[in-house]
Design a protein around this ligand. Structure first.
Ligand code: ADP
Ligand code: TYD
Length: 206
């Protein structure tokens, strides 16, 4: 089984995955961008051309990631293709002028990549996520530019809208049956972990 964990910055993916690693010894855990990814190569700021460029950097990283993903019976990946759609989609859409065309093109470019069997989406309210990011002093990853609170919120909202659009219409975009499991990530981490554990236990191949 290939499961990916998705959600906006501050939704709790990294914290959840760190706990899951301690529980499941029969699952191979990985993440994107991989350690090989040169974050420094990312174009700063989100503009249509820069997001177009960054999408190919992440897609190349994902292509190099395939052997590892295909090498284990059960894999959980912290961020994958849906992150590219959510983070690069909003600006690439300005090149297509249409959400559906944008997602269809990004999936076409990603055609040679394995699709997950399941996506666990940590659904956090924008204000909750922003508060956590601020508390954890993790600067928002918008290519290194210090953003105002409004810019941060607008940026995260555009990402969240793309996640909702893609995951909400997944059967329109992929022939493969991808199960979407949505967890309310505003709850305390122990609740999120409890739900994720049950979902994973029911899904992984023994
Ligand atoms: N459900 C939660 N309840 C309380 N705090 C959380 C929760 N999820 C994450 N946090 C805190 O919010 C911050 C960001 O969490 P993190 O796991 O890095 O999110 P992500 O990887 O999705 O960006 C961390 O300080 C973490 O401890
Ligand atoms: C995998 C992926 C990540 N990203 C973004 C999401 C994150 O803000 C950043 C990854 O940096 P990272 O420090 O891993 O952030 P996080 O802990 O939230 O995953 O790159 C993309 O824009 N496209 C992608 O395809």
């Amino acid at each position: 089984m290939f499961i990916t964990i998705e959600g906006i910055d501050g939704s709790g993916k990294t914290t959840l995955v760190n706990s899951l690693r301690k529980i499941f010894d029969n699952i191979h855990f990985t993440r994107e961008p991989t350690d090989k990814f040169q974050l420094a190569n990312l174009k700063t700021l989100s503009t249509p051309f820069n997001s177009f460029y960054n999408f190919f950097l992440f897609t190349y990283d994902r292509l190099e990631h395939q052997d590892e993903i295909n090498g284990f019976k059960n894999v959980i990946c912290d961020r994958y293709l849906a992150s590219s759609i959510a983070y690069e989609g909003p600006m690439i859409e300005e090149l297509f002028g249409d959400k559906k065309e944008t997602v269809l093109w990004m999936l076409e470019v990603s055609k040679m990549l394995k699709l997950p069997d399941m996506i666990i989406y940590l659904d956090a309210h924008l204000d909750v996520a922003l508060e956590r990011i601020r508390n954890s002093r993790k600067n928002l990853n918008f290519r290194g530019k210090q953003l105002s609170i409004l810019e941060e919120k607008e940026g995260l909202k555009a990402i969240q809208d793309y996640y909702e659009y893609f995951l909400g219409n997944i059967e329109m975009f992929t022939k493969k049956q991808i199960k979407i499991e949505r967890i309310n990530a505003n709850s305390p981490m122990e609740d999120v972990l409890y739900k994720a554990k049950n979902i994973i236990n029911k899904t992984i191949e023994k």
